[in-house]
Design a protein around this ligand. Structure first.
Ligand code: HEC
Length: 138
């Protein structure tokens, strides 16, 4: 019974926290731990993640400005659009609870989108900062 009570208290805490930011989830915490080791970083920075999200750069071949915000918009809590005009559900885990729960999906899209915007894969530090920023959104 004690355990059940403890769990109830814990989920109540998560629910309370989720009013302010996305509820922590085990798979993202594990992913962040892995990225921390890979990056040799003591901690990740939501502020650096925010900068990465908003950074604009000119593509070397296409000569057009590209950014994470090109598709996900300047406000992560609103729906975005692919270059083909297809709607993308909000990337913020507050607006969309499916977000940042599946490490495989997160890795897949980091790879594609970092290459599209930065013409390279994101580093472990960049991924950690980005996830930390997303999990800090309110
Ligand atoms: C060319 C359009 C486009 C750009 C630019 C873009 N994304 Fe995305 N992103 C998508 C699409 C499409 C999806 C997946 C569709 C969906 O899940 O709704 C996605 C999903 C993701 C996801 C998966 C999140 C989850 O848990 O579901 C991550 C992580 C992500 N993007 C990171 C980035 C980062 C980092 C950048 C900037 C470096 C970026 N994206 C720029 C189109 C884009």
């Amino acid at each position: 019974m004690k355990i059940v009570k403890g769990l109830t208290a814990l989920s109540a805490l998560f629910l309370a926290t989720s009013v302010y930011a996305a509820a922590p989830n085990a798979s993202m915490n594990t992913m962040l731990d892995g990225l921390k080791k890979e990056a040799g970083a003591a901690a990740f920075s939501a502020e650096e993640g925010r900068k990465l999200y908003n950074a604009r750069r000119i593509h070397s071949q296409k000569k057009e400005e590209r950014s994470c915000t090109t598709c996900h918009t300047a406000n992560p809590g609103t729906p975005g659009k692919t270059t083909a005009g297809k709607v993308i559900e909000p990337i913020s885990p507050v607006a969309n609870q499916q977000r940042f729960t599946d490490p495989k999906k997160v890795e897949k899209w980091f790879k594609r989108n970092c290459e599209w915007v930065l013409e390279r894969e994101c580093t472990a530090k960049e991924k950690g900062d980005f996830i930390t920023y997303m999990m800090s959104l309110k």
